[in-house]
Design a protein around this ligand. Structure first.
Ligand code: ADP
Ligand code: ZN
Ligand code: ZN
Length: 740
């Protein structure tokens, strides 16, 4: 829509977000000699900032500034002739900067590929010159000829200029005299994709629950609607997603699919590829900057039909948005844990609202937040309580190992079961959520334990290669021969890691391949894919894995899942500890017995077989357990029955970090409405020191989200003004997921 001020270059003020940690916009005059009619919010702009030039984002136009015109600087040039973001996406970004209390320029910069951040063109653009009002000096004959040529053609490109035999210098003279204006135009019109038609790809007939789920979503009509597919592992959630996508793709609309980690779910991507044979753009961390930009472009111009991405994929532009899917919506990786700390799952719902389209969250173990929204009717609830096809859910059994000394970590019964399943020609999954050989190195004489010098954490012992490593700061040390305190050579390890289990199982089952799958064994290109390929071939094997193996994989050969240590989750300091433990156990259990005619078995080794939580998890469905946890959360006034915001401060100086948050607390207490906010802290974070910095927390909890945000709105400008000595850094984390 052309604005009134567009015609009036003289008055126009551009309000620009710059990629700096500043919670405000900056005003600029329009760049000299550029056509301003095309300036629209969402276009990038080159702007002088101090002695630097920044790439900023035009957010608004106006004709009034707080700063006098004489002091405003002109922008240096507009980069885009078409906004990078659609109005809905730009609204989402501004909303999210607001909601997460993050500087909007940084939020925008975080949303775009690196090359766009650095000013690369999104589309192939050509520069054209057109005539502007003004008069020529009488003697400039050649200039007049060129100007007449331009007027006659409407506008000219560089190559038209050359062909007509005029020099670039002549054109520049016209520009300097204000007689021509420079403008960018997109070289090609955006192509769409060919709408989907049912083809040769096989589609299994939906079972009754799947059909009901699809029907329920359809019946909700068009426009914004949000559903939670609460489907047990192997219930055919992906099939439901694909049926819902079909309708959009058949109408030429795009579908955005968010998954926790692309590298971990190659099977899912292959399924979309095989089903739809439509242009598909996968946006993941392994892409080069060029490839990432390419994928963005295909999404923005609408030539890619299906867009698959991880967390940051929620900002992928869509020319013709149709549907958003968030698979494994409970996964913690959807929350950005540093800088712009957004939740991609929550933003996916907000984005669908702004785009006025549908959004589907899916999980076998929904987050309590989503579960609550589905129970309370805010989300449509699509239940898939049974496994699809002819596989049956695995049976969970506790394996009591109290008072047993297990050098290799596995009980006799566990080893016997593994042997039985292998003999029957099946695979076994051994789950332990700790990589390395052992989590602790200690002195058997004096009790010394090896700690990281930079973090409040033990050093993990690795066997391949032999080192001690800190999993929090990455530091790596040789394994000492002697205890540094008592100088005796009596060092031992305690606890178990994947490498130790691997060694042990390889000894027990020398004829069986033992595949260890963790961050260490999958480092390097394609290693994970190769390991997965070996698993999918289905020959008898033992898989040892961390939570990488618990994510949505479909391995029909696995009939036994063994959880080596279920107890660590029972004593988590985090109020989400039980929820996370139930999710992990359910997801691991969900890998067993997915093949047809191969029922699965799940063994949960524990020294706390009597523990109520564990009995509850083993004895009920995830949904039943989730309801139980919700009742507890309600009684304790914790999310989703309240809202949290964590102010984090960290510094090399412990006292400085504490003092900062103390002042923050005083600031909050002085704000109107603060009585309704429950404050905890400042307190040291559960992991107090990390990478040589002390970390302190101040937790805000409120029953009313608007009130909590109002308090933050008045607090943050105060905190911005507080001195931050000694490299102190602080951040707000809205709806924190990780309280460590
Ligand atoms: P989930 O994502 O819920 O864990 P999947 O979508 O991976 O489950 O489905 C599990 C398995 O069941 C897959 O092999 C899938 O092809 C199969 N499946 C899904 N729906 C059906 C159906 N209606 N009939 C037969 N097999 C199905
Ligand atoms: Zn010692
Ligand atoms: Zn460390």
């Amino acid at each position: 829509m052309p604005d009134k001020e567009d015609s009036n270059h003289g008055d126009l003020i551009l309000r620009v977000a710059v990629p700096l940690p500043l919670r405000r916009l900056f005003d600029y005059l329009p760049p000299a000699g550029e056509q301003v009619t095309g300036f629209r919010p969402g276009c990038r702009i080159k702007a002088p900032f101090g002695s630097r030039t920044l790439i900023g984002y035009l957010l608004a136009k106006g004709n009034h500034s707080e700063i006098s015109r004489g002091q405003l600087r002109p922008a240096l040039g507009m980069i885009d002739s078409r906004p990078l973001f659609s109005p809905a996406l730009l609204e989402l970004l501004q909303w999210s900067a607001d909601y997460y209390h993050h500087p909007v320029g940084e939020a925008l910069a975080a949303a775009v590929p690196a090359l766009l951040r650095r000013g690369a063109p999104l589309y192939d653009e050509v520069t054209v010159w057109s005539a502007a009002a003004g008069s020529l000096p009488g003697r400039a004959r050649r200039q007049r000829q060129l100007l007449e040529f331009i007027i006659q053609k409407g506008s000219i490109t560089r190559s038209e200029l050359d062909e007509a035999g005029f020099s670039l210098e002549l054109l520049r003279q016209l520009a300097r005299n204000g007689l021509v204006r420079k403008e960018s135009r997109i070289a090609q019109a955006a192509p769409g994709f060919r709408p989907w038609r049912p083809g040769s790809a096989a589609r299994p007939p939906l079972n009754a629950e799947q059909a009901a789920a699809v029907e329920k979503f359809r019946a909700a009509g068009t426009g914004f609607r949000c559903a939670l597919v609460n489907g047990v592992t192997g219930s055919g959630k992906t099939e439901v997603y694909m049926r819902l996508m079909e309708e959009e793709l058949a109408a030429g609309r795009q579908c955005l699919v968010l998954v926790p980690e692309i590298g971990l779910t190659p099977q899912t991507i292959d399924r979309f590829r095989q089903r739809f044979s439509l242009p598909l753009a996968v946006i993941h961390s392994g892409l080069s900057d060029r490839e990432r930009l390419q994928a963005w472009r295909q999404a923005a111009e609408g030539s890619a039909a299906i867009l698959i991405g991880t967390r940051s994929g929620v900002f992928t532009p869509m020319a013709r948005p149709g549907l958003i899917i968030v698979d494994e919506e409970h996964d913690a990786s959807f929350k950005q844990q540093e800088g712009f700390r957004y939740s991609a799952r929550d933003l996916a719902v907000m984005r669908a609202r702004k785009e006025n389209i549908g959004v589907v969250l899916g999980s076998a173990t929904p987050s309590l937040e989503s579960f609550y929204n589905a129970e309370s009717g805010r989300f449509l609830r699509l239940d898939l309580p049974y496994r699809a096809g002819d596989s049956v859910p695995a049976r969970l059994q506790p394996l009591d190992i109290a008072n047993q000394h297990l050098p290799g970590g596995l009980s006799e019964l566990a080893l016997m079961k593994i042997g039985q399943h292998l003999e029957a020609g099946n695979q076994t999954l051994v789950f332990i959520n700790r990589r390395g050989f052992a989590p602790i190195l200690n002195c058997l004489l004096c009790g010394w334990t090896a700690q990281c010098g930079n973090c409040s954490a033990y050093l993990t012992v690795h066997a391949q290669p032999p080192r001690q490593r800190c999993h929090h700061c990455g530091s790596s040390l040789a394994i000492p021969e002697r205890c540094p305190v008592c100088r005796q050579a009596d060092l031992g390890t305690s606890g178990l890691g994947t490498q130790q289990i691997e060694t042990h199982l390889q000894k027990e089952f020398p004829a069986t391949p033992v595949l260890r799958i963790d961050r260490d064994s999958t480092r390097g290109k394609d290693k994970f894919r190769k390991l997965l390929a070996a698993v999918i071939r289905g020959e008898p094997a033992i898989l040892i894995g961390t939570q990488m193996l618990a994510k949505g994989h479909h391995f029909p050969g696995i009939t036994l899942a063994l959880i080596v240590d279920a107890d660590s989750g029972l004593f988590s300091p985090d109020f989400r500890g039980q929820e996370q433990m139930a999710q992990l156990i359910t997801q691991v259990a969900g890998r067993a017995g997915r093949g047809s005619g191969r029922p699965g078995e799940v063994l949960v080794q524990t020294r706390r077989a009597e523990h109520e939580t564990l009995q509850h998890i083993i004895g009920s469905t995830y949904s039943e357990f989730a309801r139980h946890l919700l009742a507890e959360r309600q009684a304790a006034g914790m999310p989703p029955y309240s809202y949290l915001c964590l102010v984090r401060a960290e510094s090399r100086d412990r006292i400085a970090a504490l003092a900062f948050l103390r002042r923050a607390r005083q600031g909050i207490e002085a704000v109107r409405g603060a009585q309704q906010i429950h404050l905890t802290g400042p307190l040291p974070a559960p992991m107090e020191k990390r990478q040589s910095r002390y970390r302190m927390h101040l937790l805000l909890r409120g029953q009313s989200r608007p009130k909590l945000h109002a308090v933050l709105d008045s607090l943050l400008p105060q905190l911005d003004e507080l001195p931050a000595p000694g490299g102190l850094r602080w951040q707000v984390d809205v709806d924190p997921v990780d309280l460590l």
